[in-house]
Design a protein around this ligand. Structure first.
Ligand code: TTP
Ligand code: MG
Length: 352
């Protein structure tokens, strides 16, 4: 029997669609298949704008997300360049996510083409569950995805990226040394270009090398919360729960800017204002919260969320603003921001 104080081992799946925007375009225009396809901006490679994604044929020429369209054109002039049709991708996104409800309601929606599922309570093997997921998505949308299975969100996300496209990777605890540690530190969720170059400067390139740093050193370099996060992550440790859409109680506010914003001051002021509104909503409902999630959508519609779970339930604006800014710090603001959102989840009714 398991000792009472040891948390049960979880089984988390991360699903990430393959070349998502490009795959949706190929699905509705089958004549594109086999050709290099690049999606970005208004689809005109002679104009400004960056690549949202490229299909695998185009990637062979070195084209990737966030690359200027003009460079993509130089690398592969014969590619088909298409404008971003966000509506079509949102529709496909809803369709593939709806098929997952037949597997479990414990789903965290983290982006247009990716989700986590918690299958800890299911009896079936991971392989069988993934086979059902892939078949369901294929039937409903015609699209393929890659899946990762592990004991937590951090490892599941790394696993889904290991064998793309149409992959399935199961990452167990005993694989950490052989399969996690050789990877570049950048592969860890939450390590952006800034942390990556900081780490390179101190001679750290891989997750394994990061795992060699003492906790004291990491706290000194990166502060309490991020330092501890890096220490745990390098060891494949991550307790963060799934934040599900179906959570009965959460309070959120978001705002879309009239014009996409680059100025950090404006972003920070908006984040503080949204947090204040969320805190007011908590007060109105008589709730306190444990988890704050910040959502940033960039001008190219890439959407990132970062969550922070704090030790005790609180409704203190100061405390929650700190948590929101800790989340923001983990997002690399290298593109213009279109939308900011703040959510408080994991709520409890305040006493009195
Ligand atoms: P990703 O899952 O990062 O990429 P992908 O699905 O195109 O390819 P992969 O097979 O490697 O998963 O992103 C999902 C979609 O989000 C992508 O199709 C387009 C969009 N996106 C952007 O618009 N800008 C970006 O910088 C990135 C990384 C993605
Ligand atoms: Mg993808």
């Amino acid at each position: 029997m398991m000792p009472a104080n040891k948390p049960a081992k979880r089984r988390i799946i991360h699903i990430d669609m393959d070349a998502f925007f490009a795959a949706v375009e190929e699905q509705r225009k089958p004549e594109l298949r086999g050709s290099p396809v690049v999606i970005g901006g208004r689809g005109d490679p002679t104009k400004r704008g960056v690549v949202s994604t490229a299909n695998y044929e185009a990637r062979k020429f070195g084209i990737h997300s966030a690359m200027p369209m003009m460079i993509a054109y130089k690398l592969c002039p014969q590619a088909v360049f298409l404008p971003v049709d966000y509506e079509a991708y949102v529709t496909a996104s809803r369709q593939f996510k709806s098929t997952l409800l037949s597997i479990t309601p414990i789903i965290e929606d983290i982006g247009i083409d990716e989700v986590y599922l918690d299958i800890s309570e299911l009896a079936d093997t991971s392989e069988n569950i993934i086979a059902r997921i892939k078949a369901g998505i294929k039937e409903k949308t015609g699209l393929t995805c890659s899946a990762g299975v592990a004991a937590n969100k951090l490892l599941a996300k790394i696993a889904s990226d290991m064998q793309k496209p149409d992959g399935l990777t199961i990452l167990n605890e005993e694989d950490i040394e052989s399969r996690l540690w050789p990877l570049p530190a950048r592969k860890l969720y939450g390590i952006g270009p800034k942390t990556e170059s900081y780490l390179k400067n101190i001679g750290i390139e891989t997750i394994g090398q990061l795992a060699c740093l003492t906790l004291e050193k990491l706290l000194e370099y990166f502060g309490h919360s991020y330092g501890q996060y890096l220490y745990d992550s390098a060891r494949g440790i991550n307790e963060s729960p799934l934040i599900t859409h179906w959570e009965a109680k959460s309070v959120s506010r978001e705002t879309t800017f009239q014009k996409d914003v680059k100025d950090w001051q404006v972003i920070a002021r908006t984040l503080a204002a949204l947090t204040k509104e969320v805190v007011n909503d908590l007060h109105d409902g008589g709730h306190r919260t444990k988890t704050i999630t910040v959502k940033i959508r960039f001008s190219d519609f890439q959407t990132l969320t970062r969550a922070k779970t704090i030790d005790d339930y609180t409704d203190s604006e100061e405390y929650l603003r700190k948590a929101a800014f800790a989340c923001l710090k983990r997002i690399d603001l290298n593109k213009r921001v279109r939308l900011i959102g703040v959510r408080a989840s994991n709520l409890e009714k305040s006493i009195g």
